[in-house]
Design a protein. Sequence first.
Length: 300
Amino acid sequence: MTLDTCVGNLKLETPGMGASGIMDETGKSMARMLSSGAGAAVTKSIGLQPNLGHKNPTFTEVKGGFVNAMGLPNPGIELFKEEMEAAVSAGKVIGSIYGATADDFVILAGKMEDYGAAAVELNLSCPHAKGYGMEIGVDAELVGDIVSAVKSSLTIPVWAKLTPNTHILKELAVAVQDAGGDAIVAINTLKAMVISPEFGRPFLSNKFGGLSGPAVRSVGVRAVYDIRTVVDIPIVGVGGISDWRDATQYIMAGACAFQVGSAIAAKGLKVFESINRDLEEFMRDFGYGAIKDMVGVAHE
Ligand SMILES: Cc1cc2nc3c(=O)[nH]c(=O)nc-3n(C[C@H](O)[C@H](O)[C@H](O)COP(=O)(O)O)c2cc1C
């Protein structure tokens, strides 16, 4: 019995990766994640220029998860080189990038490839960054243009991370596949708001943010299930995964690998080892020899 899995032609020793934005801003934190049982680390989304992100408050806990509007703070692609070098020497790193145009994504993806990324993940789904993420990721034609531009300029796999904040999710997934995308990552956070009754105004400086954690899991599982019905390319499931049971739901909905974000904040990096151990036990008890034997079984 084995926990290894493939996202297209990218082989992972274990199926769980660190999701973009959580403990992945430095080479050292990604190296720690990789030595804690993660099959790969996905970097914080990186843009062309350094970005301070939104003003505080940018993060708050709610029942069932977190709402954040960090605003994509990052050092910019040039300064990120050093962090990538430290991370790729420890294991597989997926370079997450964001831009406003196809040209931005092509430049950023080329740098990530030069820095040694095993794949790039296009952030077409952040719900709280003006002109980026979800604002461009809900236009199927634009999504297709960005994916095909990046795809034609790279040799490493191109993954597209989609938003659940849309009624055309299936259309977006088909656009990624038609443009030659190697995998779809679903989901990013759900657009959300928290209001402070004492102050009588939205809690986050950006007013809106993105909901993550256990509260979004059923939305994510449904999204992966829906996507599986319209495309054949691999799917990576993300949203509210904190144990083997959550991860298995995504796999059975059609994902061949998964990512863990908020649960790292809640439980620490030991979450990867406990998922791996318990997933192995479940697979042994239920006669699954490999992750691939469970992928999409809920559709049968
Ligand atoms: C603090 C925080 C920062 C995030 N930053 C990014 C980011 O830079 N790029 C991205 O694609 N997703 C980002 N996300 C979304 C996560 O990668 C993930 O899609 C989402 O949180 C759902 O997974 P989870 O419930 O396991 O956290 C962020 C999430 C959180 C909580």
